[in-house]
Design a protein around this ligand. Structure first.
Ligand SMILES: [Zn+2]
Ligand SMILES: [Zn+2]
Length: 334
């Protein structure tokens, strides 16, 4: 990284900004590992099934305010704590540290989001940073928007073969026996299915405790399952995927990074801070993605709260060399 990233924006061709080669809007071929094109049937079937189960939410019998509230809370608990805070800022970029039992608990929340195991999520995301918006990037929107959003998940890609990818990009993760165990077939699936069962049982128990009959208990159990698991899973999926697709296409750039990452207000809000993606590419290690006053970063505020409680340490903030409009993001000490 240079002494201070330029904020001058970026055209549609290759262009030098200081020492940073910027290339945006250049059409890319899909990664070499995807040729010849073959559908990943297991993943595709899983994605389609969960979407169909989420659509059951439109049937009134499955609606309850309890289910809706649990779904909304779940967006934060699973999406923000599991994916943004743990898989992304903690495991992938080591932007802070926290006690192992707490880290593992957050990782279990991430596993329940059905975005693959921690090691493979980390490996794919580190590969994205290494090759962002180049052909080897697993999900660049410069191939096309739909490819970045979901297409890369439904096509086979030899570059992302589990063993080779994790050995190259996630050795540090696999050194932890907990994460190594999660790679075993069926282990992570048993966690996921166990959590689904827990949602159903909790919903049913709430109804029974309120003195409802058996049929009403089963109905509330299904409502909590459909809303609290399937609707939430689909919403967290699309929020994560928006970071892959939208924030490499639309938005503003604080920094002239060497890919086309953007800060996007809508994705920044929906993802609790992950949408300040240009800031993140400019300084991937930083656990704080919102750099300017209006770039609200709930994930970072959560990490700060954990630190206040003594549950997060070694927080890494933006590099002191980052400037926006000539002003340092982190002012020097007086
Ligand atoms: Zn990116
Ligand atoms: Zn990242």
């Amino acid at each position: 990284m240079g002494s201070c990233y330029s904020t001058s924006f970026v055209g549609r061709q290759h262009r030098k900004v200081g020492e940073v080669l910027v290339h945006v809007r250049e059409k890319l071929n899909s990664p070499l590992g995807t040729k010849p094109s073959r559908i990943a049937w297991i993943d595709t079937t899983g994605l389609a099934t969960i979407h169909l189960l989420a659509l059951l939410a439109f049937i009134p019998w499955f609606f309850s305010w309890t289910g809706l509230v649990i779904a909304v809370l779940g967006l934060y608990v699973f999406g923000t704590l599991g994916i943004s805070l743990c898989f992304h800022r903690l495991l992938t970029h080591r932007g802070f540290a926290c006690p192992k039992p707490l880290e593992h608990a957050f990782a279990v929340l991430g596993v329940c989001c059905l975005q693959d195991t921690p090691a493979r999520w980390v490996a794919i995301h580190r590969r994205h940073h290494e090759h962002a918006d180049r052909q080897a990037d697993p999900h660049s929107p410069l191939v096309d928007f739909l490819w970045a959003h979901i297409g890369w998940l439904v096509m086979k890609n030899r570059d992302l073969t589990r063993l080779g990818l994790c050995t190259r990009y996630a050795k540090d993760i696999l050194r932890d026996p907990f994460y190594a165990r999660l790679e075993r077939k069926g282990y992570w699936a048993s966690i996921v299915i166990g959590s689904w069962l827990a949602f159903f049982l909790i919903g049913s128990a709430i109804a029974l405790l309120l003195g409802e009959g058996l049929m009403a208990a089963i109905q509330l159990g299904f409502s909590v399952l459909i809303w609290g698991v399937f609707v939430r899973t689909v919403l967290v999926w699309h929020t994560t995927w928006l970071v892959n697709s939208v924030t490499h296409v639309w938005g503003y750039r604080n920094y002239a990074t060497n890919e086309s990452s953007r800060n996007n207000f809508i994705v920044g809000f929906l993802s609790n801070g992950e949408g300040w993606h240009n800031n993140h590419h400019a300084d991937p290690r930083s656990a704080r993605h919102g750099h300017l006053r209006w770039e609200i970063d709930v994930t970072w505020l959560t990490i700060r709260s954990l630190a206040f409680l003594g549950l997060a340490t070694r927080l890494i903030g933006p590099s002191p060399s980052l400037c926006v409009n000539g002003r340092l993001v982190v002012p020097p000490p007086l």
